[in-house]
Design a binder for this molecule. Structure first.
Ligand SMILES: NC(=O)c1ccc[n+]([C@@H]2O[C@H](COP(=O)([O-])OP(=O)(O)OC[C@H]3O[C@@H](n4cnc5c(N)ncnc54)[C@H](O)[C@@H]3O)[C@@H](O)[C@H]2O)c1
Ligand SMILES: [Fe+2]
Length: 389
């Protein structure tokens, strides 16, 4: 049984510039949308991106209401507030516009309103019994991969942790990959969300549940990220590079949606839940030394990651050297997009917190630790934090 994979993908994907203004209203008609809720955040409204979608809806007299109060790393409470508003407005179709934060809230609300269930009862694997209401996702970062993943991640402030829902019914009905939506993304978000996509592709490829389908998604994503991440950070207006990163985020989401993630995410979570550092930056902070830990016994897979990223020429190296050089190059890339990999650079993170962090990382994130290529204990996690200080 253990070699049977579960692959879940979104239904319809439109990709290309202007795909929203060209197809959104017709697509909404096709799914018989009667009242839309546009779920987004204040930064997206300020950047003028919500207006692009609102203009399409208004031009066709499609009824909608706006929920723009999603915060970064959204909480379970925000989902509950949004559910109450959606019920009041009798919404039957949800558009998630933004990065992972807005898209995750959108996905959660569409599930709960449909079934009239409490969000607290849905955490875990395949706990949902029926499809939710229609979900349309428009990513503005590249990214979380939330647009293509069967997962939702929410902050549980009572327990200083993040909780996840994994289900086939979490997946989007329609996704719009329009790289124009990412052109104005601030540098810091471009770097952080790009490193998140990098991390998804690496962890999906190394996960114990990986298979050759998820491997191909992950390696293609890595190739695009190696080509384009530095460029989008330096020159956000480069459309070709933005499209490359958007496709990479999408592919990486499908990769980890099938194979899982690992301890880079597990060790990164406390940086967010205890100290408030953004999800993508947190991956960069934990990545190099978790990868060095994971490398043992998996040198050939890490050498393949180095070849696909193509950040340095490893063609003349044996697998062990290529794996090591590849991880060094990944650390350099993370630094080059504005993320320090030295924990001492981050206010609040001090060695006296490492044991608490290690416990949260390993004991609250079984789903991530279980698919990591090498088992990790709390003591080993603490050692990794010390090495990264
Ligand atoms: N569901 C999943 O599978 C999954 C996977 C990874 C991460 N996540 C979640 O995604 C969240 C992080 O998402 P993210 O990194 O995409 O960032 P985000 O959604 O938190 O957005 C970060 C900030 O960038 C701004 N922003 C985004 N796009 C912009 C644009 N084009 N122009 C101007 N401003 C823009 C937003 O307003 C916000 O202030 C976390 O909550 C994380 O847990 C979910
Ligand atoms: Fe992530």
């Amino acid at each position: 049984m253990s070699n049977i994979s579960l692959l879940r993908f979104p239904s319809v994907v439109r990709m290309g510039n202007q795909c929203i203004s060209t197809f959104l209203s017709g697509d909404l008609e096709m799914i018989h949308a009667r009242k839309i809720m546009l779920v987004t955040d204040p930064g997206i409204v300020k950047a003028g991106l919500a207006e692009i979608v609102q203009n399409v809806l208004e031009a066709k007299h499609i009824r909608y209401c706006l929920f723009s109060d999603v915060e970064q790393e959204p909480s379970i409470e925000t989902v509950k507030t949004c559910i109450a508003y959606a019920k009041e407005e009798k919404c039957d179709t949800f558009i998630g516009l933004g990065g992972g934060s807005a898209m995750d809230v959108c996905k959660a609300v569409a599930l709960c309103v449909a079934d009239n269930v409490d969000i607290d009862s849905l955490f875990g694997m395949e706990t949902i019994k029926r499809p939710g209401l229609h979900k349309v996702l428009i990513p503005t970062t590249s990214g979380s991969g939330s647009e293509s993943s069967p997962s939702i991640v929410l902050s549980d402030h009572h327990n200083n942790t993040k909780k996840a829902i994994w289900s086939r019914y979490v997946l989007a009905d329609i996704v719009y990959l329009d790289s124009d939506m990412t052109i104005g993304m601030p540098k810091s978000v471009t770097g952080g969300s790009g490193v998140d996509a990098l991390c998804h592709a690496i962890e999906a490829y190394m996960a114990t549940n990986s298979n050759f389908v998820t491997d191909n998604f992950a390696l293609t994503a890595l190739n695009q990220i190696g080509k384009h991440l530095r460029e989008v950070y330096q020159n956000g207006k480069n459309r070709e590079a933005r499209l490359g990163m958007m496709g990479a985020s999408f592919l990486a989401g499908m990769a980890f949606g099938g194979s899982g993630l690992g301890c880079v995410h597990a060790l990164a979570y406390p940086f967010t839940t205890l100290f408030g550092y953004p999800h993508g930056n947190a991956q960069g902070m934990s990545m190099p030394n978790v990868l060095r830990f994971n490398k043992l016994g998996h040198e050939e897979r890490f050498a393949q990651i180095a070849r696909s990223l193509n950040l340095i020429d490893v063609s003349a190296m044996d697998a062990k050297d290529a794996a090591e050089a590849g991880i060094d190059a990944i650390e350099q890339l993370i630094n080059d997009v504005g993320i320090s990999t030295k924990l001492r650079d981050y206010p609040g993170i001090t060695p006296d917190r490492f044991l608490e962090m290690g416990k949260i990382a390993i004991e609250s994130n079984g789903r991530l630790v279980n698919t990591n290529p090498r088992p990790m204990t709390v003591e080993q996690a603490v050692k990794i934090y010390q090495q990264s200080y």
